[in-house]
Design a protein around this ligand. Structure first.
Ligand SMILES: Nc1ncnc2c1ncn2[C@@H]1O[C@H](COP(=O)(O)OP(=O)(O)OP(=O)(O)O)[C@@H](O)[C@H]1O
Ligand SMILES: [Mg+2]
Length: 654
């Protein structure tokens, strides 16, 4: 019954996951305030909602509760039966000095006694067996029920998160999203699995035992009943204190984990700046604090059981003495005393758990509340039905007076209009934060416009189903995203049924083939978590191969070649030029050399298109673009190449 297993600690863990520990710059250690137990904001409403959510599991839960109740009743019954044995033995002692069974057939003696107590003992034994059996079945059903619930809840959370707008993920730390799936749901399931059973068995025991004791002797029952408030008080005081200490301990562990993670992931930086001594000092400090917190927590949780036992033992003695007097005056039998003593022991058991259960339930209701919060998130607007055949789409794109902002108070794009012919290549340039990525995000409908429309082939993108819309695009983004799987699987992500030949073809076009062949297992090389076994440039080449393989109608390249060397960049550009042939494309590039050939160059600044035209026109204009261009090319003109070189003799893949 260590509070370690109680939900509150997990709640704190969860808090840490979401918020992270603030051991920031300068290695200042500032742990979050941990004095509060995570509680549901609206306990009653959450309980109601959870009960409603459990509806599909009602039959199982009812069976589980019935089994637990009946099982508990068997255990309550036994002392009442056993007292008959004691009474019979005591009675027989008045007639026989030797109560061993007689072997003399002529003198049956106390064999009568044995024929009386044997079935009683057998009944008691059977009741205990039944008690275990019912508890076992109840636990089994509890396990099945809670796992069914977990599965359904995870499914529902996943479904819901698929429907919420992307902006939710911008504002919610990924750790928090993750903990909805893991810690929160687990906590709810643990409550269903353990707490319900304990509550049912516990309350059944308290009520049943009270009833049985009152039946035997009301006066002595009162002695036991009087201990109830004392037991509750003692255990709740200690549990509360120990939980505070456990929360502290948990926070120190979180702090230590955060610190270690930060120190070792930033290993080189720590060494580079010679900060090893400082970080060592902080480490020692946190470690010491953890030791202190753990010691206190363990001590407090360790004394709960002895304290309850102590109070219970006092009652035990009280019953013995009081029972002796009552039996002496013939008001109760010896068997009654024995039954009362058994009941006194049984009575204390549920009390030992009650404080913990209360906190577990508090915490899991808080967890349920967080899960329900996800269920209540506003969903993306309805899907369209795609009024045209996506495969026949030619890719004419129109932005019609669009306005957009990520946050209400900070307008980004105020009024932007643009017409892009089918098959046209549009380059988007502009300083960092100008809104280039935002523009393509809007095109893919990752975010909803505040006003205006975006049309593809004259159809509002809101009329498309999201799947059809996104099928039109192939994109290579600033942040490469590769998953844990083979290189071939990663390339085929946009076209899962692609053949190996197609995959190799695409990789060749993306100039990724040669490096893939150098890897141990070629196309079957498994990329590690975060693709840490290949370089940033290689990652980009793979995402380019992925886009080439998908062969989309509209291509979006956001700084697609930012991590490759100039030689590879040249190759890749030639590949991309091939890929873009006849397709509408949006190319975002910081290196202006790479987009000189584009039919249309949009120059963006502060969410607006400030200039538009081809390279020569913009240079002639001597405006913002000209300034950016000259700025970038000053002093480095000779190092750069132009796309006109691509495809000329001497320009081959190595
Ligand atoms: N998810 C987001 N939530 C809130 N604000 C955002 C979000 N993404 C971008 N912004 C803000 O919107 C503005 C435009 O960002 P955007 O990513 O479009 O710039 P960019 O032109 O692509 O810049 P870069 O050249 O650095 O990639 C920036 O001021 C940025 O801080
Ligand atoms: Mg960007």
């Amino acid at each position: 019954m260590s509070p370690n297993s109680s939900g509150i600690i997990k709640g704190e863990e969860q808090k840490n996951q979401g918020g992270g520990i603030n051991i920031g710059a300068g290695f200042g250690v500032t742990g979050p305030d941990i004095s509060n137990i995570v509680k549901a904001k609206n306990f009653g409403a959450t309980v109601k909602r959870l009960i409603k959510y459990l509806k599909p599991q009602y039959p199982m839960i009812i069976v589980m509760i019935l089994l637990a109740m009946i099982g508990a009743w068997f255990a309550i019954w036994v002392p009442d039966i056993m007292k008959k044995v004691t009474n019979a033995l005591v009675d027989s002692l008045q007639f026989f000095t030797n109560i061993r069974p007689s072997t003399d057939p002529t003198n049956p003696g106390n064999n009568q006694l044995y024929s009386y107590i044997a079935p009683v003992l057998l009944t008691s034994g059977s009741l205990y067996v039944l008690n275990s059996l019912f508890q076992f079945m109840s636990a089994l059903i509890a396990g099945i029920t809670s796992q069914k619930l977990v599965c359904r809840m995870r499914h529902d959370v996943k479904n819901k998160l698929d429907k919420v707008p992307l902006s939710y993920f911008d504002t919610t730390p990924s750790g928090e999203v993750l903990s909805r799936f893991t810690i929160d749901i687990e906590m709810i399931s643990a409550t269903i699995q353990e707490s319900i059973n304990q509550i049912i068995t516990g309350s059944m025991t308290v009520v049943g035992v009270t009833f049985m004791m009152l039946r035997i002797d009301w006066l002595l029952s009162i002695v036991t009943l009087a201990s109830l408030p004392i037991l509750l008080l003692v255990s709740s005081i200690i549990v509360k204190r120990s939980q505070r200490e456990f929360a502290k301990q948990q926070n120190r562990i979180g702090e230590l984990n955060g610190f270690i993670e930060e120190m070792y992931s930033g290993h080189q930086v720590v060494k580079l700046y010679n900060r090893e001594d400082e970080s060592n000092k902080i480490y020692v400090k946190i470690n010491k604090e953890l030791k202190k917190a753990t010691r206190k927590a363990q001590f407090l949780s360790g004394i709960i059981l002895p304290s309850i036992k102590f109070v219970n033992n006092l009652v035990y003695v009280g019953i013995c003495v009081g029972g002796g007097f009552r039996a002496g005056s013939g008001m109760i039998t010896i068997g009654d005393i024995q039954a009362l003593l058994s009941y006194t022991r049984q009575f204390a058991q549920p009390i030992e758990n009650i404080s913990n259960i209360a906190n577990t339930i508090q915490s899991s209701m808080a967890a349920a509340e967080r899960v329900f919060e996800v269920f209540d998130l506003e969903e993306m607007t309805e899907e369209g039905t795609t009024p045209l055949v996506p495969s026949e789409c030619i890719g004419e794109v129109v932005f019609e007076n669009i306005a957009f902002s990520y946050t209400e108070d900070k307008p980004l794009i105020r009024d932007l209009s643009l017409f892009v012919n089918a098959g046209e290549q549009v380059a988007i340039v502009g300083p960092t934060g100008a809104g280039k990525t935002t523009l393509v995000n809007l095109l893919m409908r990752f975010y909803e416009l505040n006003s205006g429309r975006i049309l593809i082939d004259g159809v509002d993108i809101r009329s498309f189903s999201r799947n059809d819309l996104r099928d039109l695009y192939g994109m290579v983004l600033q942040d490469t995203w590769l998953f844990h799987g083979t290189i071939a699987e990663n390339i085929a992500y946009g076209k899962p049924n692609a053949t190996r030949d197609e995959i190799i073809e695409a990789a060749k076009k993306a100039y990724a083939h040669s490096f893939i062949m150098l890897m141990e297992d070629g196309y079957d090389t498994v990329l590690k978590e975060g693709a840490s076994n290949i370089s940033a440039g290689q990652k980009q080449l793979l995402t380019i191969a992925r886009a080439i393989l998908k062969d989309p109608k509209i291509i979006i390249l956001d700084e697609a070649t930012s991590s490759v060397d100039t030689r590879t960049e040249k190759y890749v550009q030639s590949a991309m030029l091939n890929m873009m042939e006849g397709k509408t494309s949006f190319v975002i590039a910081h290196r202006l050399s790479t987009i000189r050939q584009a039919a249309k160059i949009l120059v963006m600044n502060d969410g607006d298109i400030v200039e538009i035209g081809c390279h020569d026109e913009l240079m002639e204009k001597e405006g913002f673009y000209c300034e950016l261009y000259n700025c970038q090319f000053a002093g480095e003109k000779d190092d750069l190449f132009s796309l006109e070189d691509v495809g000329k003799p001497g320009f081959t893949q190595s």
